[in-house]
Design a binder for this molecule. Structure first.
Ligand code: PGA
Length: 253
């Protein structure tokens, strides 16, 4: 079975002490993960070492960055490179979250560069894609997401693609309490997988985890994750509450 992932995205929330408490509470629940299941914590940069420490003794638990810069190194004050993340033991990095695209003007092409930097450093990119509300209402979400995949991912070869995780996050469902229906999620995930199959192969497409993000909660995770092409979730709000995220981890296939 391909990997099933519950990924927490804390965004710019929680103090260090609150974050540490949250990690303690989740680790204390000691949910046993099977070989194909993973719990990943995308925390703010200053908390990465703490998250690495908390997850160190847990099997299949890992810390993740929420972003990195597209250049290797140099005079880019305030930025963090993939190589820096690798040097502290980070294995995952969320890239292209819709908030980064909207507030920091990250384009599909810049994201391709960030992905390249992560792969060079042995970091698995968690690549986010997803359409805004007007595109969904116009019914053109497939071609919109298709273009995101094409411009950011399809320049990579099959071997590189197999090192990635994709997260489909319809923007209209993020932080709004409005979740995509299981039919909408499954339909888009199947479309993404079909695109991967078209550009690579059946083997590559069936191997890549595609997470759903957008108002995943303790109460709807199981139903969403039960869709054949939904391989877990990228979770914002509900990942900030220990008991909720614990339920979401437990909902993994
Ligand atoms: P949400 O955020 O779960 O709060 O909707 C998801 C995300 O932005 O990754």
């Amino acid at each position: 079975m391909r990997n099933q992932i519950a990924a927490a995205n804390w965004k710019m929330n929680l103090t260090y002490q609150e974050g540490e408490q949250l990690m303690n509470d989740i680790v204390k629940a000691s949910i046993h993960l099977k070989g194909h299941q993973k719990a990943i914590f995308a925390v703010p940069f200053p908390y990465l070492m703490m998250a690495i420490g908390k997850t160190a003794s847990m099997v299949n638990y890992a810390a993740s960055a929420q972003n990195c810069y597209e250049k290797k190194s140099g005079a880019y004050t305030g930025e963090v490179s993939a190589e820096m993340l690798h040097s502290i033991g980070i294995k995952y990095c969320v890239l292209g979250h819709s908030e980064r695209r909207a507030y920091f003007n990250e384009s599909n092409l810049v994201l391709a560069e960030k992905i390249a930097r992560c792969l060079e450093s042995g970091i698995t990119p968690i690549f986010c894609c997803g359409e805004p509300l007007d595109i969904r209402e116009a019914g053109t979400q497939n071609s919109y997401v298709g273009a995101q995949l094409k411009e950011s991912l399809f320049g990579f070869n099959a071997q590189q693609l197999q090192k990635m995780v994709i997260a489909y996050e319809p923007i209209w469902a993020i932080g709004t309490g409005k979740t995509a229906t299981t039919e909408q999620a499954q339909e888009m995930h199947a479309y993404i997988r079909a695109e991967l199959e078209k550009h690579y192969s059946h083997a590559v497409a069936s191997d890549i985890p595609i997470l759903y993000g957008g108002s995943v909660k303790a109460g709807n995770a199981k139903e969403l994750f039960s869709c054949p092409d939904v391989d877990g979730g990228l979770v914002g709000g509900a990942s900030l509450v220990a008991k909720d995220f614990i339920e979401i981890i437990k909902a993994l296939k």
